[in-house]
Design a protein around this ligand. Structure first.
Ligand code: SAH
Length: 252
């Protein structure tokens, strides 16, 4: 059996209890060395075989899983954050399907959730935005034409841009061109939940320069939207005049 496990954003305590237990039992661990905190490997058995997928191809990763499987060993494939977000996860699952190897998935805390915690903000503020866009800017690999930043920008929704912190200035310019106000608040969160976490805040007009001054080029998220500001409506959920399934509101 192969267990895909979300390692969480960095802090070794932000893996799920289930994910930690699987790591403790694993005979073989393949981890994404470029982003997974190596401290997570402290949970593994002494005799566990550890592979860093950063220098491996898809074929090599699957070959390790296949060999473990034929020796009756249990494999954990440890992905950063949650495997479903930019995890190159599907291709591994499909390959295992073809080989008839069974697998399951234990989700993880994605970095965009850790970033909200570090920023001490809520992405879905009433009256501000009820939509969160997770995206990336094209770099060495393309993004579909319909999902260009300018097109996504017109919604003025809360936006988290992955894999693009090396091009923050360019992203900000394109977001303004697409319809965010120049003074829309923006932040760059570097290594959310790690000990060397760094946060830079500003507006779309100056966030590129600020991120550059802070030397942030990778392992960071660009967060954009008025959720970073201070204007919003109070929620209906806890409004004393509002009745819902679990609580009767008072009438005036
Ligand atoms: N599956 C991961 C994302 C992998 S793509 C997840 O769910 O978080 C790698 C990108 O994720 C990085 O370029 C960066 O944009 C973001 N990222 C990963 N860990 C991060 C962290 N601790 N803090 C900020 N951004 C992070």
């Amino acid at each position: 059996m192969v267990h895909f496990v979300g390692a969480g954003p960095g802090d070794k305590e932000l893996i799920t209890v289930k994910g930690m237990h699987l790591l403790q039992e694993a005979d073989v661990v393949i981890y994404a060395g470029s982003l997974v905190n190596p401290e997570l490997l402290e949970y593994t058995k002494k005799e566990a075989e550890i592979f860093n997928s950063a220098s491996m191809t898809l074929e090599e990763v699957v070959a390790v899983m296949e060999r473990a499987e034929s020796n009756g060993k249990m494999t954990v494939r440890l992905h950063t954050g949650d495997p479903s977000v930019y995890g190159a996860h599907r291709e591994q699952m499909d390959w295992l399907e073809r080989l008839g190897i069974s697998y399951d998935i234990t989700p993880g805390v994605s970095s965009f959730l850790a970033a909200a915690a570090s920023l001490k903000k809520e992405y879905t503020l009433p009256g501000v935005s009820q939509t969160v866009i997770l995206t990336r800017m094209e770099g060495r690999t393309p993004v579909p034409e319909k999902e260009q930043l300018e097109a996504l920008a017109k919604h003025n929704a809360t936006m988290l841009i992955f894999l693009s912190a090396g091009q923050t200035e360019k992203a900000a310019k394109r977001l303004i061109a697409g319809g965010y106000r120049k003074d829309t608040p923006a932040a760059v969160v570097y290594k959310a939940s790690w000990e060397d976490e760094k946060i830079v805040t500003g507006t779309l007009e100056n966030i590129g320069q600020k991120a550059e001054e802070a030397g942030i080029k990778k392992t960071a998220l660009i967060a954009v939207g008025d959720f970073l500001g201070d204007q919003y409506q109070l929620s209906k959920l806890y409004d004393k005049y509002f009745t819902h399934e679990f609580r009767n509101g008072i009438s005036e």
